[in-house]
Design a protein around this ligand. Structure first.
Ligand code: 13P
Length: 254
């Protein structure tokens, strides 16, 4: 049985006050959910130390929204996996479509970040997903397989025993256009089948989250799908009540 995981991705949002209020509200919810579902927040790097202080000792897990491939050195502006680990991160998101797009991160670059995160004790959350044009052209799995294959080539299929995948159709991110549960389930099951063509045991165990306008309304039906193991949540993770409803949906489907 795969344990559901609900993860917030705060993106470029938050203030000291909002982060304090949000984490304080989520700690009891994560503690209550923990027997059935894991709850995590991925924060802008500047807030990670605060999150650590607020969530330490609770069941709320935290992570970064990206991570560099180097552990230290002359790489201005970056955050290394060892630094993130020192601040208690469990997870590092890699390959979010906003980074692939705005920062021109290639599949190979994302795979290198995944490797660096894993080698330094973080669980990489590998984001994959197609654009609207690719979706309309029926190319979803071509895109997703290429994104997965870059990681398999560099790190091996066995690396997915200690990683999370997030399927985030780009056309559903921040648009309010959630993929229907049927569309999302089909892609999740195709991802699992693709991984199973390399290693069935790893494929059966890996958590595959859905992301893209996942909110209090859409989460219950999405999470009831056989191959959807939780959500990577943007906008709705910034509001404690909405995020708590999404956590409740994961617990109900555990
Ligand atoms: P929204 O939930 O705001 O659509 O964002 C999804 C996302 O990109 C999470 O990583």
């Amino acid at each position: 049985m795969r344990k559901p995981l609900v993860m917030g991705n705060w993106k470029l949002n938050g203030t000291k006050d909002s982060v304090t209020a949000l984490v304080n509200a989520l700690v009891p919810a994560a503690n209550d959910a923990s027997a059935k579902a894991d709850v995590a927040v991925c924060a802008p790097a500047v807030f990670i130390g605060m999150v650590e202080n607020l969530a330490q000792g609770s069941k709320l897990l935290w992570g970064s929204e990206d991570c560099d491939v180097h552990t230290s050195g002359a790489y201005t502006g970056e955050n290394s996996p060892t630094m993130l680990k020192e601040f208690g991160c469990t997870y590092a998101i890699v390959g979010h479509s906003e980074r692939r797009d705005y920062h021109k991160e290639s599949n190979e670059c994302v795979a290198a970040k995944y490797k660096a995160a894993q080698e330094n004790g973080l669980i990489p959350v590998l984001c994959v997903g197609e654009s609207e044009q690719e979706f309309d052209a029926g190319k979803t799995m071509d895109v997703v397989k290429a994104e997965l294959k870059a990681v398999i080539d560099l790190c091996g299929i066995e690396s997915f025993a200690n990683a999370v995948i997030a399927y985030e159709p780009i056309w559903a991110i921040g648009t309010g256009k959630t993929a229907t549960p049927e569309i999302a389930q089909k892609v999740h099951s195709d991802i699992r089948a693709y991984l199973a063509s390399f290693d069935a045991e790893v494929a059966a165990k890996v958590q595959i989250l859905y992301g893209g306008s996942c909110n209090a309304k859409t989460a219950p039906e999405l999470f009831s799908q056989a191959d959807i193991d939780g959500g990577l949540v943007g906008g709705a993770s910034l509001k404690a009540d909405d995020f708590k409803s999404i956590i409740a949906a994961a617990v109900a489907n555990a």
